[in-house]
Design a protein around this ligand. Structure first.
Ligand code: F3S
Length: 754
């Protein structure tokens, strides 16, 4: 058994008591999201009601899932914690580092040889520390999680933003940075601002060409890419119950595209069916015993306005298929309007590729419904105009779809069946000719369609649709093809119409698989060697950061005064740097290279106070470090917004930066800085930002008395000898000050283990 039934039963045993305790404090009926959150409080039974959108609360998640790109640094950090085993069930999934080029077999073999050291590292660390390992080719993390681990009422965190997919089985599943995952792996609580709640009431029933994807495409159009920020979206109503569990997963998956903390659905019969079909009838039986706790209280769905911060209603009877894009997933166009909108915007109408897959839409049902369209094309004498690429979500889906003849249907249209992996969804796509930069259109069933995401070509207009719409549009080769009203010309010159898709929610003969790609960890990993070559360019064992020496920091030179937006992408770029995610020293060569220097308004050109010359930020930082000179970064408002990537805090720390002093922080980055033993400070008077000059030297005056709620003072000596004293606020609590003193949160955990 891969999933942990005992853990689930133990949670369910305390679930009612915890929910009832919460209800007592809140004094009113609860949404599902609240029930799950309160059932996972670190403190156990609730002792108070938390304020949505402002209280910071410690939680105890049930599971952790990591993908291969983010797992590297997470596990390297975990190795620093001095633990012999992860404290919470954890899995690692190899799905991002596999390129789609010619087809599954060759592509997978290539990936295994190109990234063998990364895969071997992840495998051996997993084996040693009790982590379930899913080999390359086993499937896409979120589909594998849905099939094996997700369960109603559970709480999961994962080092990937689409971890939210597991909401389809009634979980609260949230994407986090590696540092957060490491805390939980090491047995620490996980902190989250108590989310606000958005209710989405689904009335009616999907019909004809509409699919679950169209619900979230519509929601994205309503809420936009920011509309869900800080919120959990809870779907309910008759329409919700009529959706398959994997369809619910699709909707929750793309909650990431509206910025939502996560999305979820109440436990119902389709979830029960899916659990049973994926070998987890025991989980469904256990859930049935507390099922009233695994959905909201009746009063909530009867009068949602009273219980949610915002309510949206969508009528599935009248919902149309949508295509969202290009370049942003919230630009929603109903298919009946696409012809007009595409012409107005001069979007290329010829569609070159149709891609079906990604964690969003790669279930058996997705392949089944899309293949019903492909089958008609062959039967009705239609040749597909665009090329087809398919990424099944897991080996279990692929094997079953092959057995049932679904893949053959696509192959009859010359489709390429790529590896069960992310592939084109994360730019791992060797698309012939993409380097020419030609303006073109593709359609896919993925979630993100930002510029360059799929093929690196900024002129590729990518539109997001349901798998069945992708199939129809790829066959027609036209973005403005509306299968509900339009006909196509077949090989006999006749006008033919595609019938609406049909398909199986679950395979009628059941799921099957020969090798699902799972590798269980050793019962006792003590003797397992984790080997990392000292010459590796991609992996590097971490050396613990130095603890605080108990003295004031003096002679600190300004590394950069960043001006304007400085996101985690500006601090630690993605793209080609992804390959160094497991090598702190190599990836540090991208440190702050996207930040704009306030003194020359250029990126990656800062003045060295050693030579007086201008040079790249990382090289300048390395020169200070080599000379034993500490450095400081100054920043503007909302410094570190964007992703929760811990590299943005680890890299400056590695390069000798001691203090990051800004007008304001994005909170997650501020916490990441604290975890890495850095001083993250804010100007008490934001106007003091203007006092910082290019040749400044800094000194702390009262760091030896570092204490909660007590600002620190920095002495700034300018090149002309004049001095300013700057008051800097901080938000360190007692425990976080100990992180600072120990050199990092992990150093402290290790000390506490001894
Ligand atoms: Fe992979 Fe794309 Fe999902 S990168 S995890 S398939 S969003």
């Amino acid at each position: 058994m891969i999933f942990d039934l005992d853990m689930i039963k133990a949670l369910y045993a305390k679930f009612p008591e915890r929910v009832d305790a919460a209800k007592k404090h809140i004094g009113k009926p609860l949404t599902l999201a609240e029930k799950i959150l309160y059932a996972h409080l670190w403190e156990g039974n609730a002792s108070q009601a938390y304020e949505r959108g402002s209280s910071y609360v410690d939680f105890a998640p049930d599971r952790i899932a990591c993908q291969d790109a983010t797992a590297q640094m997470a596990l390297l950090q975990f190795m620093q914690a001095g633990k012999s085993r992860v404290a919470v069930p954890t899995t690692v999934h190899c799905d991002h580092l596999i390129q789609a080029k010619v087809g599954a077999e060759k592509d997978l073999a290539n990936a295994k040889s190109q990234s063998s050291e990364v895969f071997n590292f992840l495998e051996s660390v997993s084996n040693k520390y009790g982590i379930g390992f899913w080999k390359p080719g086993a499937g896409i993390i979120h589909q594998v999680v849905l099939e094996n681990y997700a369960f109603p009422g559970g709480m999961m965190i994962g080092t990937d933003s689409h971890t939210v997919n597991a909401g389809g089985l009634g979980m609260v599943a949230i994407g986090v940075g590696g540092a957060d995952a490491v805390d939980v792996m090491a047995g620490m609580p996980w902190e989250l601002k108590f989310p606000k709640l958005i209710g989405v009431k689904l009335t009616g029933k999907l019909n004809g060409w509409t699919a679950p994807k169209d619900i979230i495409l519509k929601v994205a159009g309503i809420l936009t890419v920011k509309g869900g920020t800080g919120c959990i979206v809870e779907y309910f109503g008759e329409g919700a119950k009529s959706l398959s569990a994997t369809g619910k997963g699709t909707i929750c998956n793309m909650g990431a595209e509206i910025g939502a903390t996560t999305s979820t659905f109440g436990y119902d019969e389709s979830i029960e069916r899916y659990l049973a079909a994926t070998g987890r009838k025991d989980v469904a039986d256990a859930a049935n015993e507390i099922k009233e706790y695994l959905t909201a209280d009746e009063e909530v769905y009867a009068s949602p306005e009273q219980y949610f911060d915002q309510v949206i209603e969508i009528d599935l009877d009248t919902l149309e298929p949508h295509l969202n894009g290009p370049f942003t997933p919230d630009r929603a166009t109903p298919i009946s309007e696409m012809s007009k909108v595409a012409k107005e915007n001069e979007w290329p109408l010829d569609v070159e590729w149709g891609l079906i897959g990604s964690c969003t839409n790669s279930s058996y049902e997705d392949l089944s419904r899309a293949s019903s369209i492909a089958k008609q094309a062959v039967e009705k004498g239609l040749a597909t105009k665009a090329e087809f690429g398919i990424n099944p979500g897991s080996e279990q889906v692929r094997y079953t779809a092959e057995r049932d003849g679904l893949l053959e249907i696509f192959e009859n249209l010359d489709a390429k069946i790529f590896t069960n992996a992310c592939g084109p969804c994360i730019g791992q796509w060797a698309r012939a000719g993409a380097e020419n930069g030609a303006k073109n259109t593709i359609i896919h069933s993925f979630n993100r369609n930002f510029s360059k995401r799929a093929d690196g070509n900024p002129n590729t207009h990518a539109f997001v649709g349901s798998p069945e719409m992708v199939a129809a549009i790829a066959i027609s080769g036209r973005l403005d093809f509306n299968p509900i009203t339009d006909t196509l010309t077949n090989d006999k010159g006749e006008q033919v119409k595609l019938d609406a898709p049909v398909g199986d929610e679950l395979p009628t003969k059941g799921f099957a698989v020969e090798d699902n790609g799972y590798q269980a960890p050793a019962d006792n990993g003590e003797g397992v060697e984790v080997s990392v070559s000292p010459d590796s360019k991609r992996l590097q064992l971490l050396t613990p950061f130095e603890p605080y020496d108990g003295k004031e920091i003096s002679n600190m030179k300004l590394l950069i005064k960043a001006q304007g937006k400085c996101t985690t992408d500006h601090i630690s770029m993605a793209g080609p740097w992804l390959r160094f995610r497991g090598h702190l020293d190599n990836i540090s060569d991208n440190c702050l290279i996207g930040a704009v220097n306030a003194f020359n308004e250029e990126t990656n050109t800062v003045k060295s106070q050693i030579t007086g010359e201008y040079g790249p930020v990382p090289a300048t930082a390395r020169a200070y470090k080599a000379a034993g000179i500490p450095s400081i970064v100054v920043g503007d408002e909302n410094y570190g917004e964007g992703s929760s990537r811990e590299h943005a805090a680890m890299e400056p720390r590695h390069l000798g930066v001691k203090v990051v002093l800004v007008k304001s922080f994005a909170r997650i980055h501020e916490t990441n800085l604290k975890k890495q033993g850095m001083l993250g400070l804010t100007f008490a008077n934001p106007a003091d930002y203007d006092k910082i000059k290019e040749d400044d030297t800094f000194e702390t005056l009262d760091l030896t008395a570092f204490a909660p709620n007590k600002p620190l003072t920095l002495k700034v000596t300018h090149a002309d000898g004049s001095v300013d004293e700057i008051v800097a606020n901080h938000t360190y609590n007692e425990n976080q000050i100990e992180w600072f003193k120990s050199g990092s949160a992990l150093n402290l955990i290790k000390l506490q283990n001894v």
